[in-house]
Design a protein around this ligand. Sequence first.
Ligand SMILES: Cc1ncc(COP(=O)(O)O)c(C=O)c1O
Length: 386
Amino acid sequence: MSKKPLKQFLMIPGPTPIPTRILAAMNREMIGHRGPGFSKILGEVIDGLKWAYQTKNDIMVFPCSGTGGLETAVVNTLSAKDKALFVNIGNFGDRWVKIAKAYGVDVIDLKVERGKAADPSVLEAELAKDHDKKIKAVFMQQNETSTGVINDVKSLAEAVHKSHPDALVLVDAVSGLLAADLKSDAWGLDVVVSGSQKAFMVPPGIAAVSMSPKAWKAYEASTLPKHYWDIKTQKKFADKGQTYTTPPESIIFGMHESIKMIKEEGLENIFSRHANNKDIVRNGLRAIGCKLLADDSCASPAVTAIFPPDGVDSEKVRSEIRNRFGVELAPGQGDFKGKLFRIGHLGYVDKLELVATIGALELLFNQLGAKVEIGTGVKAALESIN
Ligand SMILES: Cc1ncc(COP(=O)(O)O)c(C=O)c1O
């Protein structure tokens, strides 16, 4: 008899599992992307994105992964040698820094210890050093996927507004949007980037980028080279219910269904579902001797980074749990490669899948040399369900 698991449990922080409703909506013939049928669907997707972003700002959709959205944010707001400050709390902060440097931006890399959130008072102090107000933009991650840390975007944005009222605030919300509250307009966020493959529960394929009126003003002054990523071109087409290039229609159909689903659930319910996922995972894992990279104070509702018990190899955990139980876990990234593993708990992931994952982990930890009483993690996880 084969011991191969029957099912896959995709417990990574993107791409995330896809609900049947969304798969079914994607499973249709292509339609003319310059015709009224597609325009209506794209218009509704963009309206839904505005609802999720809590914004009245323009939102443009690009056929690309999240990184394309990050590059779009840079090339449409800055010019070479412009000074920009990057609040960099992890691998995706590093990526945004690399993009900006590639375009000749004068980068201030405010690198935060990995596993910690950015401290608004440290940002304030850094901004205070810029006496002539040369900093034109401040970039930050809402949620850092590599470390499982969520930033206090509201306070960070406040620090920028107080010290540098003319500077733009740009947010990478690729893995954070919908997992946690992000009030684009109330918090004064000029550019926000998201992707289809995280809490929207849709396959990878589009990035959405918002632009405030202040960001559009910066666009007019920006001289960085751009063509595919030119957001004004994209806006011209969005106004007609189209995208500049051939769109990944299946992904747009999936986003259309996703928007219906998230509106039915409601933002507050979505946020509290993710917050509870975080508690289930953290309490379950702590009960079986795991150390968690992020403190409770900045723990991500979307992903948790976990050090296995002493003597247990994180990569062995990942391969064994995949082979034995069909559970796909994410590896450590950057400095944490081979040292930790990550559990994604965003999007279409339910509580009992998290409990099952913890059950599989406690069984494996025992077999890999750690002494864990079977049932301890599962009990703590079950008791955390609200
Ligand atoms: C916070 C964050 N930013 C940016 C990205 C880059 O997105 P992509 O891999 O879709 O290019 C990711 C992907 O995981 C992410 O988690």
